[in-house]
Every structure is written in C-alpha cells, then in structure tokens.
Write a protein of this length. Structure first.
Length: 315
C-alpha cells in the first residue's frame, strides 16, 4: 500500500489504514555492519556507516533505549538507493564513550552530533532524528550557536519528543530510579538488560519477531559488560529535561528548508494525534507521512521508511 501525505486535521482518518507488507527480517541478517569509532573532542563516538563516498550524506539519530541498531535495516536500504548513511550513537545509550561529567542532556548530545558531522561526514547532509533523536535534531537546527555550525540541508523528524510531551511514563519511572541512592544497584548488568528489552518491546508491534538475538545482544551487550556505560546511562536519564524541546520545538516554525514528519500511527509513546499533530501545527510547511507501525518503526517497517524518505527527497 502506498504511503500517503496528509495534514494534521485529517490524521484521524489515517488510523484505519490496512496492514502493509513487511520485508522478512531474515533478509537483513547479514547487513548489519560492525561499529566504527571516531575521536571527536573528548568523546569516542561509535557509529555505523553504509554507502559510498560521494553519495548524498544522511545522518540518522536514534533515541532511548536503542542505539544505531535501530537503523540496521534502514541503513543498507538507503545505501542501495544511493545515499551515504551515518548512524552515530548517543552518549549513555550506546557504545559512545566520554567523560562522566559531560553534558548528557539533549543539548549536550546535539553538540556531540554536530561535531561528529563536521569531523566525519562529507559536506551538507539530510538529518533524520527519531524519538529523543528527533529532539536532538530540533536543537541542532534551532539552537543559536549550533545551527550556525551544522550543514543540515533537509530534516526528517519521526515519532519524536516535542515540546513538553515527554518523558513518557516508562522513562519517568527509570528517571526516578536513576536519581535514587540505589541507582548503581538498580541498573546492574542483569537489570539493565531487562529494562532495555522491556522498553524496546513496548514500542514494537511484533517484539518477539523483531528483537532477534543479534539485535538484543547489540542493544544491551555493552551495558552488561561495561560499568562505565551503565553509569553513563544513569546520567543520561537524570539529564532528561523537556525544557530543551519547549525552547526548540516552537523555533521549528522558522525552519525554511525541506522537512518531513514521519510517524507510526500505533505509537504508544508519542502518538501522532498528540506530539505529531503538535509539531505539524508548528511546521505547516512540512510534508507529513504516516506508517502503519508502532514507535520503533525503522526496525519493523524499513522498506516503507526508505520508500517515504526517497519519495520526499526526490520530489
């Protein structure tokens, strides 16, 4: 079924769409490359890369509790369409490492992503932010200092943190635990595996099929093996502050370059009729696309994501 473009007021009609054909997950089993690392200032940024130098560059930014594995099925498909794709990991949610006293907030993450792009990626690029990665993307292109430093030429925001419509209840529960005196015991190697798995499962339509052993090991392997990573995760949770997107989201009305809002309509965390519509009202000039999918749709609807992306980019 083709993906449709709609406006915010017509969104309720989109909720009745028929199921889409799903590419078998096994088809992507051999297409998840290992990580690369780039020293960017005080940080060792973990990232994945697909495609060829010289092709149009794309940055994909994941959210919580995933890392670049979120885009492990989208990346190779975009590369097949002629894009050079980079998926860096956030500090506290991935294999990216740095000082424990670093700024773990979305603003701090936006600074790392901007520096990463300037150092590792070639020239102007398309920015795709999902979940809290969408909040980071908004900050990157609206912060008075950062927007002058980056080379974003188009932006895609998907199922994102918008205004003060986050953290979601699942994250608030984890934040409270992170701020407790027992945080290090609560976020032990065994516990953090279950926290990550349960959170990821809640944002999928078919978690039993989607969260393969390979993806699960990629998601929480570093948490289980590295105490420093677990401590960064705690600091990340403690730094979650929606005041940053309360500033950034309204400024998106001034974004005068191409934009697409790409939302899964069955999202339990950031429903399209709440956060999606809120951002659509701020950005009436943006293309709106919806998917018959849940929150972590890059894992479950990779072909549909790429189809929407390519059609929008080439229009």
């Amino acid at each position: 079924m083709p993906i449709r473009t709609i406006n915010a007021l017509a969104l309720s009609l989109a909720l009745a769409i028929a199921p889409l054909a799903v590419t078998p997950l096994a088809a992507f089993a051999d297409e998840m490359p290992g990580r690369q690392f780039a020293d960017v200032g005080d940080f060792r940024v973990a990232y994945r890369e697909w495609g060829e130098p010289g092709d149009p560059a794309v940055m994909l930014i994941h959210g919580i509790p995933l890392n670049s594995v979120l885009f492990s099925r989208v990346g190779p498909l975009l590369a097949e369409q002629g894009y050079h794709v980079f998926a860096p990991g956030q500090l506290g949610l991935s294999y990216t490492d740095g000082p424990m006293d670093a700024d773990h907030s979305l603003k701090g993450q936006a600074e790392i992503m901007t520096d990463f792009a300037n150092q590792v990626m070639p020239g102007p690029y398309i920015l795709f932010g999902h979940d809290l990665g969408g909040g980071i993307a908004q900050i990157m292109v609206t912060d008075p200092e950062l927007k002058e430093q980056n080379q974003v030429r188009k932006i895609v925001i998907g199922n994102s943190a918008v205004l003060d419509m986050w953290p979601v209840p699942e994250a608030n529960a984890a934040i409270a635990k992170a701020k407790s005196a027992e945080a290090s015991q609560i976020f032990s190697a065994d516990n953090v595996r279950e926290i990550v798995k349960n959170f990821a499962s809640a944002g999928l339509m078919q978690p039993e099929e989607t969260l393969t052993d390979e993806i699960l090991e990629d998601l929480y392997g570093n948490y289980a093996e590295n105490e420093s990573t677990r401590n960064h995760f705690i600091e990340y949770l403690k730094a979650m502050d929606n005041r940053l997107t309360l500033e950034a989201s309204p400024r998106m009305v001034m974004w005068n370059k191409p934009a697409m809002l790409l939302w899964g309509v069955h999202d339990p965390f950031q429903p399209p009729y709440v956060s999606g519509v809120a951002l659509a009202r701020i950005m009436p000039h943006a293309t709106w696309e919806y998917l018959d999918a849940s929150h972590f749709y890059p894992l479950e609807r990779p072909q549909e994501v790429v189809d929407a992306f390519v059609a929008w980019d080439q229009q």
